[in-house]
Design a protein around this ligand. Sequence first.
Ligand code: LLP
Length: 439
Amino acid sequence: MPPVRATGQHRSRMGQGVLTAAFPRLDGVLHAECVPLERIAAAAGTPTFVYSASLVRERFHALDEALAAVPHRIHYTLKANSNRAVLGVLRALGSGVDVVSGGELFRARAAGFAGADIIFGGVGKTDDELREALSAGVALINAESEAEVRAIGRIAGELGVEARVSLRVNPEVTVEAAHHYIKTGERGHKFGIPYDDALHVAHVAAALPRVALAGLDMHLGSMLSRAEPYRAGAERLAELCAQIRAAGITTLRHLDVGGGLSVRYADEVPLDPAEFARAVIPIVQATGLELIVEPGRFIVGNAGILMSRVLYRKHSGGKDYAVADAGMTELIRPSYYNAHHRIEAVRRVDGTQLLNVVGPVCESGDFLALDRPMDDVAPGDLLAVFDAGAYGYVMSSNYNGRRRPAEVLVDGDRFAVVTARESYDDLVRHEVPHPDWRS
Ligand code: LLP
């Protein structure tokens, strides 16, 4: 791994637990690893997402080491950041992936992942998607209902293959997540097989000729900062495993505890991977199954920033605004989840100000920060919106005719544009200019 130079400030921030190693401020200017962000802005323009390959590697290794006591597999969850260059970094480390659509399956394969490295999940898989997954020879399909298990069996029969199926069970564990939209494993949620139905569905799966019941899976939600729900959920899966075995079904191989490990955005205390490991490892060890984890945000969340330029400053109704060239179309998390993303001027400025950082989109909900004491930035200044590596670019949109931004990967003292900014032509590429009317 290329060294990331540590300045005194850099060290002191890390001492406070704010992870800025990937984006140090050197001589007053923020860098991505060893590359000044200003150089990236000059080459790629703004708004642009910038990712640190070294931090992605560091996070992968941290989790891998925390789980070393048990046979395990990390299946990085593509939905957090599915850029192929980022996927390439993870593939080189031996990571697997977790995908939830035909599109993500396509991306994973385009990034070089073999079927055996891929878990296919998702609450509403179509027959076509199941066909694609089975044809690709995915390691596991996480099934979310009895009807889906039957559909998998039918399609596996048509294709003449065996489907390795894991049951995604709703463990009905109450969690504290940052926002109720990112909780998934409580009673009554749309995800997974209700716990009380799972043994029955296991019997159905075991009886289908083309289906091998290979695992049990859960996902409690995202931004989980306590280990206890993982322990409780894993225990419920272990109980279910015992019941399935007691019924004479002996094909289980994997126990998947999902993703959801939190990261620091502001002053949260994220879940330490070692504590997570202490909660789940004894339970998994007792089952003799291989542990699978599906982290997304933990791997990439802190490893990306969104770089934007201030276009205007204005004062309205007693409030101070900085109008930036990025907003909800690039990073929807502040508007959609009321999420906090730290924002700093790329080149240190004098003074702080209570600011509203808003985007150019015609929505009052288009903001990156509200009433935030922060650098008193001026038009032309570059901003770094931190911790935008997960659920940033992947949730971006073309609303207001916005072109989706560029993505840049940095590795040590090198950087590369890994996604070009969209062109205007891209905006109309799939439209049919002269409708071919039919009746
Ligand atoms: N596995 C499953 C089945 C999932 O649904 C998810 C995320 C993950 C793993 C990875 O979760 P993570 O480790 O990243 O927390 N857009 C929201 C987050 C949605 C998470 C959806 N599922 C946000 O920006 O906070």
